[in-house]
Design a protein around this ligand. Structure first.
Ligand SMILES: *Cc1c(COP(=O)(O)O)cnc(C)c1O
Length: 368
């Protein structure tokens, strides 16, 4: 058997509606800020239960625009998790502010509220929380800390489309939620795309302006901004695919449940856990594994493609050498570097494939 890490061909049931949407854009020839962009914004805001959605060029821009709209700039500190994708930290630097890393929880890979509390100083202005792998962070205690210290809360939901916590959608807890529609995300475009969601009318206008050279209407440049708009074409594709998102997430959860069953009681691995009152969307299915690299090779030898998200904790990257951290400053994040392994979990992955992967993992540990 060969099992790829992701197989876009298994999403081909949407090809007909996607092609129809693309044809319509070609017919209208309104390539930037066309009507599909407004339609997608409205549809995504409705799906999340939020007041406003601003379509952007990509997820990284979404974070940058959100931080800029919140007034983050030189002299400010923004606390971000020590483990995850670089966007949540690099966009803080892009604003001229300083990213301050806090260690993550062993149980959910996300920002640990206790570690976050220890990093708050008189310069802290905001927190970027990342709902990593599709599971929500401990948002309630983090929200309370932000409220009591008067800090803005930005949620990075690039891996958490329709993830829920206490029946509320990720992205609707903080001042702003930032999404990416990079092709491999739970809702993916045919290229780069992203959005910001908020319930705040003032932030909606500010982000909208910043994403379009400071203007809402043509030539209405009240402020300076940048160019980060979602192409009409990508909005049309996303509109065609959005109705499938819940069902794709459901398939991911079903496969996660099969994994949980198939990986039970294997000494050497820790499967991901799902906290009470949360709905995980399993953007990634990440186990922690003893002898991770040998396990990865063993799976490769049996035709199973896996990935490592992420091989380095953020403070340990060369990009952050200037901050002068030592791996022991972030013990959990630094330990994850050698333990995490992402197994295939894309929609369309079959139960037989999951069971084949589980068997190969079980046999690896049986022989040691
Ligand atoms: C993908 C991703 C981003 C960035 O999104 P792009 O659209 O690729 O810029 C940001 N944060 C996290 C957690 C991501 O997974």
């Amino acid at each position: 058997m060969t099992i790829p890490f992701i197989d876009f061909a298994r999403l081909s049931h949407t090809d007909a509606s996607v092609k129809k949407a693309i044809d319509e854009v070609l017919r209208q020839r309104w390539y930037i800020r066309g009507p599909e962009v407004d339609d997608f914004e409205a549809a995504f805001a409705r799906a999340l239960g939020t007041g406003y959605c601003i379509a952007t060029g990509n997820g990284t821009d979404s974070l940058y625009l959100a931080l800029r709209a919140l007034g983050i700039g030189p002299g400010d500190e923004v606390i971000t998790p020590a483990f995850g994708w670089i966007s949540s930290a690099e966009t803080v630097s892009l604003c001229g502010a300083t990213p301050v890393f806090a260690d993550v929880n062993e149980s959910n890979f996300c920002l640990d509220p206790q570690r976050l509390r220890e990093k708050i100083t008189h310069r802290t202005r905001a927190v970027v929380v990342v709902h990593l792998y599709g599971g929500p962070a401990d948002i309630q205690p983090i929200l309370e800390l932000c409220q009591s210290h008067d800090l803005a809360l930005v949620e990075d939901c690039a891996q958490a489309h329709l993830t829920r916590y206490n029946n509320r959608t990720a992205g609707t807890f903080g001042q702003v939620g930032c999404f990416s529609f990079y092709p491999t995300k739970n809702l993916g475009a045919l290229g780069d795309a992203g959005c910001v969601v908020t319930n705040n009318a003032g932030l909606n206008e500010k982000i909208r302006r910043l994403a379009n050279h400071g203007a809402l209407e043509k030539d209405d440049h009240l402020i300076e901004g940048t160019n980060s708009r979602m192409d009409t074409l990508q909005a049309a594709v996303l509109l065609a695919r959005l109705p499938h998102l819940e069902s794709w997430n459901h398939q991911r959860r079903q496969n996660a449940a099969l994994y949980a069953e198939g990986l039970k009681d294997i000494h050497g691995i820790v499967p991901p856990s799902v906290a009470d009152k949360t709905e995980h969307t399993f953007h990634l299915f990440v186990i922690r594994a003893r002898e991770r690299d040998a396990l990865k090779s063993h799976l490769e030898d049996h035709g199973i493609q896996t990935m490592i998200h992420y091989p380095k904790a953020l403070p340990n990257l060369p990009a952050y050498r200037r901050l002068g951290h030592h791996p022991s400053d972030f013990p959990v994040a630094s330990r994850f570097e050698g333990e995490v392994l992402s197994l295939p979990i894309f929609p369309g992955l079959t139960p037989d494939e999951v069971s084949y992967i589980c068997d190969r993992i079980r046999e690896f540990y049986a022989n040691r």
